[in-house]
Design a protein around this ligand. Structure first.
Ligand code: BV8
Length: 228
């Protein structure tokens, strides 16, 4: 990697799988137990807010009991030691990158760590539950929802992501099925803008054919190997 300056890393649920956090589309994953339309869309939330709040309360509580794994730690070490720009764009709503010591993490699909008040637009650090419809600490209105991006909603900080892809010499995708856009299109954007592209994933994904190089295996083996 000697000649590289700027790296963009995209992570998905697969990087947290070995920490014991469910992925979406693997066997036994989240979408086998819940219809996306019911728990990860604004329409589903409007239809049955308590179901959606319980779904995220359960996942938020689960994350609090998990630890970052060797892949998160290897990425955090690289980010700390890298001489150029390195941006970790994660589709994950868990905080394992941060807890491994990474400092520049962009949660394009939001984070379990926050509750979002749709009355006053404030975001609050939140480790409790939301199903009991608590009041917003800022405006006292009972209008808190998980601060995550649902299907049909605009991901966060897309301008910042596109600027980083424009400057990237290398784009690395770790642990994602390449099933959801716009994240699944970043490899094509990066490639068209002249970056080399590398996929590290347990198995070939829907987007593998877009990458210059793909390596298959568990993130806790592939990421430390790539970082070394
Ligand atoms: C948008 C947060 C536009 C919540 C998530 C019709 C109407 C509206 C939109 C659309 C539409 N048709 C298409 C779209 C676009 C839509 C989309 O792409 N749909 C798909 C289904 C076709 N996208 C959107 O709606 C996005 N917004 O387009 O906005 C817009 C424009 C203007 C104005 C307003 C809006 C927003 C999508 C965000 C949805 N939120 N998550 C939550 O977490 O609950 S999506 C969720 O699934 C993830 O965040 C991620 O993005 C996505 C994919 O998940 P992965 O992370 O890849 O996990 P998965 O289980 O799929 O795969 C795991 C991988 O890991 C596997 O490959 C496996 O092999 C690997 N693995 C497993 N173990 C390991 C491993 N790898 C390494 N080591 C291991 N040990």
């Amino acid at each position: 990697m000697a000649h590289l300056r700027n790296i963009v890393v995209l992570t998905g649920a697969g990087i947290s799988a070995e920490s014991g956090i469910d992925t979406f589309r693997d066997g036994g994953g989240l979408w086998e137990r819940h219809r996306v339309e019911d728990v990860a869309t604004p329409e589903g939330f409007a239809r049955d807010p308590e179901l959606v709040q319980r779904f995220y309360d359960m996942r938020r509580a689960a994350v609090l009991t998990k630890q970052p794994n060797a892949a998160h730690h290897a990425l955090a070490r690289l980010e700390r030691e890298w001489r150029g720009e390195l941006l970790i764009v994660t589709q994950n709503v868990d905080d394992l990158h941060q807890r491994a010591g990474a400092r520049r993490v962009l949660h394009m699909h939001g984070t379990h760590l926050n509750a979002w008040c749709t009355a006053c637009d404030a975001r609050h650090r939140w480790s409790g539950t939301l199903f009991d419809n608590p009041p917003c600490p800022a405006c006292d209105t009972r209008a808190l929802r998980p601060d995550v991006v649902w299907f049909g909603e605009m991901p966060y900080e897309m301008d910042r992501i596109h600027a980083a892809l424009r400057d990237a010499d290398l784009f690395v995708s770790i642990g994602t099925s390449g099933a959801v856009y716009p994240a699944a299109g970043f490899v094509q954007d990066a490639s068209a803008l002249g970056a080399r592209t590398l996929e590290l994933n347990l198995e070939r994904s829907e987007g593998s054919h877009w990458f210059d190089e793909t390596r298959q295996g568990p993130a806790t083996r592939l990421v430390p190997q790539w970082v070394e």
